[in-house]
Design a protein around this ligand. Structure first.
Ligand code: FAD
Length: 735
């Protein structure tokens, strides 16, 4: 178990404490936020009025939409064509051989109704692409025999010239489309294009985001590190040395790009290996007092990112730099505390921090991840208006924390924008900025005539690295709760585009009624097995303690529990495959013990069968609950005996627990009492299922707990008794 390394802390903030709020009760939190009255009654009315004015003005100018917006409006992820395009964009440039590429194109293009999008967009590029796709679809879809007559000449020509032409054209089309979403393939190009945007008055500065995140290998991480280093050097060259960070362009860094194991569970590796790289980047940025923002990523990474930030603020070489920044996601339940703690950190460290408030870009995956992981609740709000309220409350706190922090508000939402302007005026704070994404929000900030206060977050890089970014934008803006979605749709009246989120929160419900919390994922049928959130120190400590206990008291497994023989430690040593240490003793069953076990199982089978499905179900449920209660010990044992990672261990215990609960439900449904069958009058027939006898269950070493338990639970549920044998490598877990 990696031990956290000692870091010189200066702020005395215990970041791990934030975890106590990670899965807080949404309704209670929202009640607190409402009670804090982030906007007065008058401000609420004004924010709505201002927001609506802006939307009307923006719509009236008939301003051309950004490429991103046009694409989203026409395709998005809500139709099969949009999905087909995303699949192509994702896969096409990576598929190594021509034949597979042809198959992929054929499958994806054939599946769409491209004609329905023909000429629909007000972007020529989107329309041109649609034409190309439609033509390709016809050519691919048409049998040769139909390609006759003058009207079919072009299609025939393409058809005859063969797949390579289509393939080359598609590859090129994907490249062109991909490049529309980035400001440049490299920083040099992005800086040049950015300069034109600044000259046009649309923005004051940029934050260049080097595409690339979630490094899977060290080679990826090295490549991204080089890209960030180069970006900082290039942006530095274009910066006036005396310009403060808030008045010049900077860069945004995704920490997950810098290390393939950027996870809380690897805290010491993160501190030993990722941190020095981050400090190198910060040293370069600090030399010229440039803005460098750490982007916010998944909720599980929040605490570790704060620890990294704090360590940077204590770095002697960085003293005097006031360009260090962090993004905070308002959709996280912990955001209010994070903002308070960051203000405290800025004050105690003496380093002014630039804080970018965002709503959060990973909402869908946070919801899924929490459900799949069996967390006790979600780390994020489930109602959009709750996030809006949290954003406004955090904005107010940030303005109050200025100038210790420099507030940066990233949003494309006219209401949010208006609320912030009102709050800033009320607080008498003039030093803050807005941020928008490249290709989005131009119309809003033009209508507000706020280009001079805007920093554009601009992705830079190659098409190959674009996809995660693009999919986040599509998910975010494809949602019908999204401001951009409503704003773009001329059929949505302005009163619906801009509403008072606080009024919506007040009207309730205070959490989304159709998003079950993770424990209730399976509804009334069974409760979801409980996960352990390894990003939390308390969960990791529980496993560490179980390991320590195991070291102090090795496990003894007896070959057949049923024998009733006293357990002694005179069996064979069981050694850990990781370090060869002895973790326990296994007493193998003798032949006579095996016979005893078989006899006992045979004798008892009738009684067990007669217990009925419902009674067996309650025993199985109790078995699941007991496994769940012992999760830390089982995970520790699986790590020691089977060499499992902790995360795999968590999943395995959960699967075992779920098997018990799942088969309990089956036992109740199928094995409780006879069912009457339909039949001719005068005759009654009943069907009743019974166990068949004694089952032998043998576990595989690679799923020593889950599959072992699953086999046993299924056989028991159906009224059988079981004689079980573990894999030779994992007797202690089976025991
Ligand atoms: P709105 O339409 O008002 O809000 C949409 C947002 O509401 C969603 O993105 C989601 O956060 C939230 N939401 C939607 N449905 C629900 C629901 N059912 N329950 C709860 N909340 C919901 N995001 C990051 O995560 N990390 C970053 O570092 C980051 N940097 C950014 C930098 C800039 C300059 C910008 C403009 C955005 C950045 N984002 C980042 C993305 C940002 O989170 C989204 O663009 C933002 O959430 C959209 O908010 P909005 O006010 O423009 O739109």
């Amino acid at each position: 178990m990696p031990q956290p390394i000692a870091i010189s802390t200066i702020s005395h903030i215990n970041w791990d404490d934030l975890d106590t709020d990670k899965f807080a009760d949404e309704e209670a939190l929202i009640a607190d936020l409402l009670a804090s009255n982030p906007l007065s009654e008058g401000q609420r009315r004004s924010a709505v009025r201002l927001g609506r004015d802006l939307v009307e003005k923006a719509r009236a100018t008939g301003r051309k939409k950004g490429m991103m917006e046009s694409f989203l409006e026409e395709f998005g992820l809500s139709n099969s064509e949009g999905l087909a395009l995303m699949c192509l964009a994702e896969a096409l440039l990576r598929v190594p051989d021509a034949a597979t590429r042809d198959d992929l194109i054929a499958e994806k293009i054939r599946s769409g109704d491209w004609g329905a999008h023909k000429g629909q967009s007000d972007s020529w590029l989107v329309n041109a692409s649609t034409w190309g796709l439609m033509l390709t679809g016809r050519v691919i879809g048409a049998p040769r025999a139909l390609l006759k007559g003058p009207g079919k000449f072009v299609q025939g020509l393409i058809r005859e010239s063969g797949e390579p032409v289509i393939r080359a054209a598609m590859m090129q089309a994907m490249r062109i489309m991909g490049e529309q979403f980035v400001l440049g393939r490299d920083v040099e190009a992005a800086l040049k294009r950015g300069q034109r945007i600044v000259s046009s008055g649309q923005a004051a500065h940029f934050s260049f985001d080097m595409l690339g995140e979630g490094a899977r290998t060290q080679a990826d991480a090295d490549r991204y590190f080089e890209a960030y280093s180069n970006a900082i050097d290039q942006v530095a060259k274009s910066k006036h040395p005396k310009a403060p960070p808030e008045q010049s362009s900077g860069v945004s860094v995704k920490l997950s790009a810098l290390h393939p194991r950027y996870e809380a569970v690897n805290e010491s590796r993160v501190m030993d290996e990722l941190y020095p790289r981050l400090r190198t980047l910060c040293d370069r940025a600090a030399k010229i007092n440039m803005h460098l923002c750490l982007d916010a990523e998944e909720a599980d990474r929040l605490v570790i990112s704060l620890k990294l930030l704090e360590r940077l603020t204590a770095e002697p070489s960085l003293q005097g730099w006031d360009g260090l920044g962090l993004a905070v996601q308002a959709y996280q339940k912990r955001s209010t505390r994070v903002i308070q703690d960051l203000i405290k950190l800025a004050r105690t460290s003496g380093m002014r921090l630039m804080i970018r408030l965002v709503k959060g870009a990973y909402w869908d995956s946070e919801i899924k991840h929490a459900q799949v992981s069996g967390y006790p609740n979600f780390p994020v709000f489930t109602n959009k208006q709750n996030t809006d309220l949290s954003y406004i409350a955090n904005a107010r706190a940030m303005l109050a924390g200025s100038p210790s922090i420099y507030p940066q508000f990233a949003t494309h939402n006219a209401h949010t924008y208006s609320a912030i302007e009102l709050l800033a005026a009320d607080a008498g704070v003039g030093e803050y900025e807005f941020q928008r994404l490249h290709g989005m929000g131009e119309a809003l900030f033009d209508a507000a005539d706020a280009g001079g206060k805007v920093r554009i977050y601009a992705p830079v890089g190659a098409h190959e690295d674009l996809l995660p970014y693009l999919v986040r934008r599509l998910l975010e803006n494809g949602a019908n709760t999204s401001f951009v979605h409503a704003f773009l749709d001329p059929d949505v009246p302005v009163e619906h585009v801009v509403e008072d989120p606080i009024a919506k929160v007040e009207a309730g419900p205070r959490r989304h009624p159709r998003i079950p919390t993770p424990p209730r994922l399976y509804g009334p049928e069974r409760s979801n097995s409980r996960g352990l959130d390894l990003s939390q120190l308390s969960a990791r400590d529980a496993i560490s303690n179980a390991m320590a206990e195991m070291r102090a008291r090795p496990v003894i497994a007896a070959g057949a529990i049923v024998s009733g023989e006293a357990l002694t430690a005179s069996g064979e040593d069981v050694l850990s495959p990781g370090d060869g240490a002895r973790i326990g003793t296994c007493l193998e069953a003798s032949e006579s013990v095996i016979h005893q076990a078989l006899d006992a199982a045979t004798d008892y089978q009738k009684d067990w069968d007669q217990l009925g499905g419902a009674k067996r179900a309650s025993i199985l449920r109790a078995m699941g609950d007991t496994l769940e209660e012992n999760a830390p010990r089982l995970i520790a044992l699986m790590a020691r005996e089977a060499g499992k990672t902790l995360a795999d261990g968590v999943d395995e215990v959960r699967e075992a627990v779920d098997f018990c609960r799942y088969y309990a439900t089956q036992a109740e449904a199928d094995f409780e009492g006879p069912t009457r069958l339909p039949g001719p009058s005068g005759e009654t027939n009943h069907l009743q299922l019974h166990g068949r006898g004694v089952f032998a269950c043998i576990s595989p070493w690679n799923f020593p707990l889950a599959i072992f338990t699953g086999q046993i639970a299924a056989a028991l549920a159906a009224g059988n008794t079981v004689v079980a044998k573990p894999a030779e490598q994992t007797p202690l877990i089976a025991f």
